[in-house]
Design a protein around this ligand. Structure first.
Ligand SMILES: [Zn+2]
Length: 310
């Protein structure tokens, strides 16, 4: 009996050792797979697959990545950026990209949980985290000096992932930063000598960074994200201010119905004009090859008209 018990103990011990060895081999295999899986996602042509959230980042990533990257804008054309929630299909597209660029945890509040689900094959970069002046205003790209830092963050991610082409990305980023610097100078010069020094938007508060940089006063009918309910008191207050100061225009934003701007127009008789904060673009804009800098140049012309600049 004792011998039989010893035999059983011996067999159980042996089984445990074999199980442990199998487990070790399995863990080792997993580690090997992880290293193999670490290669970035590329297109059939060998270009890095890159996903982006908002239009400015899409445009920056496309210019910096050049012919080394295939860049996708996840936000469907014409959709409102703050209300967007990624579909399962969008999530899959992001999970199958080598780089995922977004603005910040504040702007794309859906991003952090998705980032936590990404594999080691996808590097996520919040291009404007820590660039916010106010903890609540996510529209960082509308300060072109901050947009330039976003460009640096994008270029650095490309360089880290694809060091062989580091100088290519660096050159593209430097060229683009020169264009952003020129845009900044054009705004500073173009908005320096104007009859009016304040402007009002009938949309949500998107231009605070831009207004601050060029010493303008700016007010909006809604907060940093579009409101579901109309704040009638605020609309009436803004209408009165526009009427009293004789501002000729009130602005409305892209891709939404300009009903608040129209209410202000009815109360104040200021005319309405579009001002594009570039969160997203319409399908026909994508097809026409519109750029972030092109949109901003157009905004400068419109602002100069509304502020009556010389
Ligand atoms: Zn916004």
């Amino acid at each position: 009996m004792k011998i039989k018990q010893k035999k059983i103990i011996y067999l159980v011990g042996l089984a445990l050792i074999v199980a442990a060895l199998i487990l070790l081999l399995f863990i080792k295999d997993k580690k090997v797979n992880k290293i193999v899986d670490n290669t970035p996602f590329r297109s059939e042509q060998g270009r890095l697959i890159v996903t982006t959230s908002l239009f400015p980042i899409y445009d920056f990533a496309k210019i910096i990545g050049g012919d080394k990257a295939q860049v996708f804008l996840i936000l469907p054309p014409g959709s409102e950026a703050h209300a967007y929630v990624p579909s399962n299909q969008d999530k899959e597209t992001i999970k199958n990209s080598a780089l995922f660029f977004y603005t910040s945890d504040l702007m794309e509040s859906w991003a952090p949980s998705l980032v936590s689900e990404l594999s080691v094959k996808t590097k996520a970069v919040a291009t404007a985290n820590n660039l916010n002046d106010s903890s609540l205003d996510p529209h960082v790209w509308l300060d072109f000096s901050k947009a330039s830092l976003m460009v640096d963050n994008i270029a650095n991610a490309y360089k880290a992932l694809d060091p062989q082409n580091a100088s290519y990305y660096e050159q593209n980023a430097n060229n683009y930063k020169q264009q952003l610097a020129k845009l900044d100078t054009d705004f500073a010069t173009g908005l320096k000598d104007c009859q009016f020094h304040e402007f009002v938007s009938g949309g949500h508060m998107t231009f605070a960074y831009l207004a601050k940089r060029y010493n303008l006063k700016y007010q909006a009918a809604e907060g940093f994200i579009p409101n579901a309910k109309i704040d009638t008191d605020r609309v009436l207050k803004l209408s009165k201010e526009i009427k009293d100061s004789k501002q000729p225009y009130v602005y409305y934003e892209e891709l939404v119905m300009p009903y608040l701007a129209e209410l202000i127009h009815q109360e104040s008789s200021a005319r309405i004009m579009p001002l594009n904060s570039a969160h997203n673009i319409a399908k026909f804009d994508i097809e026409s090859g519109i750029t972030f800098i092109g949109l901003m140049e157009s905004d400068l012309k419109i602002l100069r008209m509304g502020l009556v600049c010389r």
